[in-house]
Design a protein around this ligand. Sequence first.
Ligand SMILES: Cc1cc2nc3c(=O)[nH]c(=O)nc-3n(C[C@H](O)[C@H](O)[C@H](O)COP(=O)(O)OP(=O)(O)OC[C@H]3O[C@@H](n4cnc5c(N)ncnc54)[C@H](O)[C@@H]3O)c2cc1C
Length: 483
Amino acid sequence: MGHVTRIVIIGGGPGGYEAALVAAQLGAEVTVVDCDGLGGASVLTDCVPSKTLIATAEVMTTFDSSYEELGIIVADDTPPIEQAARVVGVDLGKVNRRVKRLALAQSHDITQSVTRAGGRVMRGRGRLTGAQQTDGVRRVAVEAVDGSTETLIADAVLIATGAHPRELADAQPDGERILTWTQVYDLDELPEELIVVGSGVTGAEFAGAYQALGSKVTLVSSRDRVLPGEDPDAAAVLEDVFRRRGMNVMARSRAESVKRIGDGVEVTLSDGRVITGSHCLMAVGSIPNTAGMGLEEAGVRLKDSGHVWTDRVSRTTAPGIYAAGDCTGVLMLASVAAMQGRIAMYHILGDAVTPLNLKTVASNVFTDPEIATVGYTQADVDSGKIAAKDVKLPLLRNPRAKMQGIRDGFVKLFARPGTGIVVGGVVVSPRASELIHPISIAVDNNLTVEQIASAFTVYPSLSGSIAEVARQLHTRKAAEDYL
Ligand SMILES: Cc1cc2nc3c(=O)[nH]c(=O)nc-3n(C[C@H](O)[C@H](O)[C@H](O)COP(=O)(O)OP(=O)(O)OC[C@H]3O[C@@H](n4cnc5c(N)ncnc54)[C@H](O)[C@@H]3O)c2cc1C
């Protein structure tokens, strides 16, 4: 009988559990060690809970604009403008109980999938012990949640330990008024005045969601605009929407300290200004979970940021040790973590491997409107990293958008001059996360603007704008070819 490859995975988020499923399917003996439960932070505290909360926020936004845009009257026939208070509200305790229930159920389903596939799941904390043995194996010490310990022998180890919220020394979360994004689901009542520190994706998503749920929101951004890492046109649309809905967006404002004062919070900015609110949510980035795991002792190189260095097939600098997901800092997305984890297993187990290609990753900011992007970006084009032409079409001109009362948003495509191959795109609209897929297929398969333009779209539909943008790029290209 042939030797069965023994794989130990430390961390059971998307990077770890997706790898475990692949390893089990390919016939390896696989153990996943996780201290919090399978699904990891993605399922238990980050991605799944935030999108579940946002599902409620979306309904609230629809109600908010439903009278003006669509003529819907809620609860009684007094027009909303004449009502003293909103007639629709949320029971945050109930919303949060649903969030937690759904997260636990998802974690349970994932555990079942992994065990059904033949993997072993251990609840505990894993750590590498020492260097590679002369026979090539690695040892992982596991301290189980019940206090027992066990040493696992592995032919290969995957580190997929994720990351945790960064905290500022002068803004320590107390879990009641000063919160990280993992603590907000313990709230029973809606924050009256929420100050969100940080305007990256996490900050923007929560600011938008709580604003929709009914909180008065102040968004403190140290940069010139919200979402500094996203498409500038898309970020401008979102900032405009935020302000129009009454959010106080404070640009170029760095929070220095956050203090709890009685039943509220006080945020001091670096220029001395002080703002007050009932709660403060800190969304100032994350720290990789790589400390105290024996990584460097085992020969794994860490970057200055603490992230694990990996190549495009998820290898670290230590033989037999791979890494995937947020602990590598490659791109903080569940989908990328999962792909890195799968790639590691294909590589370890001798299956066909396609190295990670970040240029085809589709991602979405779950605000209202959503911002979905794939491929090369405006910054890549502006900096000359790639030669591409772009066309942007506002959704205001789309017939379906008009019927549905959608005013904000656009579709933008980037295509290579000459060939017309689509290399990237941005969609800003409700459900942009669903609309980006045809563009994603185009980018992944080197389709041309002609090919996108010639495919039928439903009339009326928002996706009609994608075909229209492609048509405009095609016409432009044809005119240039003629010259
Ligand atoms: C608020 C928020 C919303 C997000 N929304 C999205 C989204 O909509 N879409 C998207 O694609 N991405 C989203 N992300 C990013 C996404 O959550 C991460 O990219 C993803 O969780 C990374 O997966 P991972 O496998 O690297 O680690 P994680 O999901 O962080 O899981 C790692 C697991 O390892 C465990 N662990 C750590 N150390 C050890 C140890 N020594 N021993 C055993 N176990 C250990 C941890 O407890 C955890 O359970 C969001 C992030 C945040 C913060």
